[in-house]
Each structure stands twice: as structure tokens, then as C-alpha cells.
Write a protein that binds this ligand. Structure first.
Ligand code: SAH
Length: 354
């Protein structure tokens, strides 16, 4: 923004350098880092133990991202909260808080929109607008933690966007959110979901991260996968699985495979058998997601019986299988649908005004 520094995206070392360049001592950098990442300050003026002169100097040199909630929906059934946030450039993103016995889990967006083009997903319908900054991804969690006044303990990168398509920013985000001088959320409590950008999976493995990697497979053969996910034209299932084995060897982390069940497309028992053959021998967990229909496409959810049969067949291969529990059923909408309907609505209003 105007050539200014995005202060919340800086590592402590980078922040320290900026602070020293301003002629300030190192302990000031510690104070500022704490304001940003522990006290979750939303403005420089909240940093009350800094002199007003220093706050002014910071404002001149740096900018501080902040999200404005434009809509918050709360489920009466299970307390799930869906947040629509406005970024400083006016773009809208969506984040979700899920409350479990083991803690608060937040699902964040990593991009504004998405360019992967998966057929059943609402996030990708209008393409990619831009990448989110590390600070903006932190803000999704910081804003929600401030809103509920409770600690967020788990994070899933499963909102709008393809995290590995915004690789560098997502890596900086992971370093900051798991930093023990910040919110210190253990990487073991973070799951990153990808449609399978193979070279990036290798890079991630080589960083020796400790996060859980979730792969959106959604088909047991390349042809069916291509129908659902254009990215399948670039990478074969076999290449993805090879990268997954490498990830496990490097990190020791069990993988998750996501499989959205679409009636008449990928949900037969034969397909479950083929999937079992593919995953056999990989240390993994399979998560079946009954597809969440979006109005722009006519995909249908598989019925309960088909889902049970699919699960049973897969379990015969010794794979741990779960069916994704729908959270916030009463406020539900598929990934990115809330954002899309909000954008469509405001666009119409603007056109009406013009
Ligand atoms: N870009 C990442 C994150 C996407 S969202 C990825 O591809 O993994 C997280 C999961 O929800 C993905 O597995 C995605 O394919 C799936 N998903 C998206 N829209 C869906 C819908 N309408 N119904 C069921 N699953 C959906």
C-alpha cells in the first residue's frame, strides 16, 4: 500500500531491522511484535506503551491490515459462525469458526477467489481476484479470536483459494501463526488442503513442516477427475500419490484424502474399490464429503446408503474413513457461496444505482 511495509507480515527479525532503521532499540521490536501477534492490536494507536512519536513514525513507514466484518451468521444448532470480512481494498472473503469439544477451529481463505476451476466449488466461479497477504490470513484468525474472546487452537486452510497457488505467503503465514512468540498454534493443529499441485507438495515436504496435508482427490481415475477438476489435466493421480509418499517420508505426518461424493459421478462401490487399491499402503485417513450442491451446477449429493456402502468398501482396505459432519447446517452454504451471493447482491445494487 503506497510503498509502505506490511508490518504484520514481517518475521521478528525483519521487524527488528525496520525498528532499528527508525533508530529505536530492539526491545521496541519485541513490544511491537507482541502488540501485533499476541495482543492482536488492530491499530497503531492501541500500542499504548510506545511513545506517540514512535507510533507516528510507524504509521509513516508501515501499514497495518485489518478486516471489517460485514456479516456474521451464527448457527443455532452448534455455534458455528460464518464471517464475511471486507479487506482494505474492498474485496470480500469468508472465514468459518467451528466449535468442537477439543477447541475452536477456524477455516480460513488463502486467496480472494480461486483459479483452479473445480466444477462443484463456488469459490472458483468468478476466478481469482488476488492472493491474500500473510497478514490478511493472520487477521482472519486474530479477528475471530478477538470476537469470541477465546483461544483458537486449530486451523484449516480450506476456505476459498488454493493455498499452494499462494505458496510464499502461505509459508510466511504458517511461520508466524506457529511462532512461539505469537499465537503459537502448533503446526500439528494445522491442516492445509490442496487440489494437488505436485511440485509444491515436494517443496512443502522439503521444508519439513509438521502440518497435516489434505489432498482433494475426488475421483479414483484420471478421466473422472479431469471432469471434476481441471488441475487433473496437469497432474496424474499416480504423480500426486508419489508426492504424498514423499511427504510422509520427510515429515512422518499421516495424510488425509478428501473425496466429495457426487451422485452418479464418482460414488459407486467399484470406485470405492479402486480408491482402496490406490491408497492401500499409504498411511492415511479418508474424509468423505457429501457434495454440497451449488445452484450454478446440477451436482447431486449421493444418498445415505451409497455413502455407507462406499465407506464400508474403503474400510476393507484398512483405511480409516470418516464422513464429514456438516457444521452449521442452518447457516450452511458450500465453500465460497456466502461470499458469492454477497458479491452478486452488492454488484446488482451498484448497477441499479448507476
Ligand atoms: N483449494 C483447496 C481448498 C478447497 S476447499 C483444495 O482444493 O483442497 C476444501 C475442500 O472442499 C476441497 O476438498 C474441495 O474440493 C471441497 N469442496 C469445495 N466445494 C465443495 C462442495 N460444493 N461440495 C463438497 N466439497 C467441496
Amino acid at each position: 500500500m503506497d510503498g509502505k511495509i506490511d508490518i504484520k507480515s514481517l518475521s521478528f527479525e525483519e521487524l527488528n531491522k525496520v525498528v532499528q532503521d527508525l533508530g529505536e532499540k530492539s526491545f521496541r521490536a519485541k513490544q511491537i511484535y507482541e502488540w501485533l501477534h499476541v495482543k492482536l492490536a488492530a491499530s497503531f494507536d492501541e500500542m499504548s506503551n510506545l511513545s506517540i512519536a514512535l507510533r507516528e513514525k510507524l504509521k509513516e513507514k508501515c501499514f497495518l491490515t485489518a478486516l471489517k466484518p460485514v456479516e456474521i451468521l451464527t448457527s443455532k444448532l452448534d455455534g458455528t459462525k460464518k464471517y464475511l470480512f471486507e479487506l482494505q481494498d474492498g474485496n470480500i472473503i469468508e472465514s468459518v469458526l467451528m466449535r468442537y469439544h477439543h477447541g475452536n477451529s477456524v477455516c480460513i481463505s488463502t486467496q480472494v477467489g480461486c483459479r483452479m476451476g473445480c466444477k462443484f466449488c463456488a469459490s472458483t466461479l468468478d476466478g481469482l481476484e488476488r492472493n491474500l497477504l500473510p497478514s490478511e490470513m493472520l487477521d482472519e484468525i486474530y479477528s475471530i479470536q478477538r470476537d469470541i474472546g477465546e483461544r483458537v487452537s486449530n486451523i484449516v486452510l480450506m476456505g476459498s483459494g488454493e493455498p499452494l497457488d499462494n505458496y510464499d505467503n502461505v509459508m510466511n503465514f504458517l511461520d508466524l501463526i506457529s511462532d512461539n512468540n505469537g499465537l503459537n498454534i502448533s503446526q500439528r493443529n494445522i491442516t492445509l488442503s490442496t487440489c494437488g499441485l505436485v511440485p509444491k507438495i515436494y517443496e512443502l515436504a522439503d521444508r519439513q513442516v509438521q502440518i497435516t496435508l489434505a489432498i482433494s482427490l475426488h475421483a479414483s481415475d484420471d478421466e473422472t477427475r479431469k471432469e471434476l477438476m481441471p488441475v487433473a489435466k496437469a497432474y496424474k493421480i499416480e504423480e500426486i500419490l508419489k508426492a504424498c509418499r514423499y511427504y510422509f517420508d520427510k515429515t512422518g505426518r499421516r495424510l488425509t484424502f478428501e473425496y466429495s461424493l457426487v451422485s452418479g459421478v464418482n460414488d459407486t462401490e467399484d470406485e470405492a474399490i479402486r480408491l482402496g487399491e490406490l491408497l492401500k499402503g499409504i498411511n492415511c485417513h479418508a474424509n468423505l464429503i457429501p457434495v454440497n450442491p451449488i445452484k450454478e451446477r446440477d451436482f447431486k449429493q449421493s444418498d445415505k446408503l451409497a455413502i455407507e456402502k462406499f465407506k464400508n468398501k474403503l474400510e476393507k482396505y484398512g483405511i480409516n474413513v470418516t464422513i464429514r459432519r456438516e457444521m452449521g447446517r442452518d447457516i450452511n452454504g458450500a465453500c465460497g457461496q456466502l461470499r458469492k451471493s454477497y458479491n452478486d447482491k452488492t454488484k446488482k445494487t451498484k448497477e441499479g444505482e448507476a
